[in-house]
Write a protein that binds this ligand. Sequence first.
Ligand code: HEM
Length: 314
Amino acid sequence: MGSPTTSSPEPQAILTPLTEASIFLTFVVEPGAEDAVRDVLADVSGLKRSVGFRLPEGALTCVVGVGAAVWDRLFGTPRPAGLHEFRALDGDHHAPSTPGDLHVHLRARRLDMCFELAQLLTTRLRGHARIVDEVHGFRFFDERDLLGFVDGTENPDGAAAARAVLVGDEDPGFAGGSYVVTQKYLHDMAGWNALSTEEQENAIGRTKLQDIEMPEDRKPPDSHIALNVIEDDKGQQLQILRFNMPFGHVGTDEYGTYFVGYAHDPAVIEKMLENMFLGTADAHHDRILDFSTATTGNLYFVPTADFLDDPPSP
Ligand code: HEM
């Protein structure tokens, strides 16, 4: 990690608890709009303060990610070592790679605060960047996804979360930054609900009501947990920080999970995705993919708050 005596760059507000509400905005930057977009990025922290200061108990946060295709256009070189386009995966199930230059991850205890900041940012970006995806997520009872399982339990916290998420000495020019992978999943609720609770628990690898992890000798190798608990070559578990949110439209029968995972190295999330979509020696694919279809896929670098406040131009 960087020297504690020098002023370390301030990360964006990634390391905050799960909230009741979230809005996820994906933008594509118009050709020639780079200067205008850079100006808006420099104002993000001020706009966030304008909305958040009025209601501190709302715990509004905003994290901006920047995609590989637009990085050089906006900021020139150098670029973050791990930044590249999201790699599509083709196994029994498909993980697409879809357009996305900027990602805005808004979180608060109330949707109105996310909505107000989303509106201010979008108004400032109008004509310069267009929204290609917008998802409004909500807390579903006791942190459950729409499949009915508690989602987020095994997230690291405290120092372990910072270690999992923040870039350190391996890329000193971008220390304090992070990488975020997003995927929008739609669930086949009829198919899922046709399973017994025991079959559903086997798909996840945890119990449904009480959210207890299954013992190793009972956990199926194609369960979500079995495929996502991964280790480095020294046997240390590799962790990421997830802020998944349910979303949906009852009128069009749309029920989904917006997956959002942060890591200091995108390879950790990519390994999990490979396990899920391409399988392992013991499993063809993650059983939840039989009931969940990925419709988007993106990778972004999340620069520090200091970088965003005063972004370099090419
Ligand atoms: C349809 C989308 C998804 C749903 C509904 C879902 C749901 C869940 C649930 C219910 C758990 C168990 C509770 C917990 O610890 O959070 C979990 C754990 C986890 N998921 Fe997912 N997930 C999804 C996608 C993903 C993706 C795409 C990744 C990685 C690329 C991922 C990585 C993980 C990890 C690392 C854990 C914790 C494993 C552990 O340490 O026990 N999930 N997920």
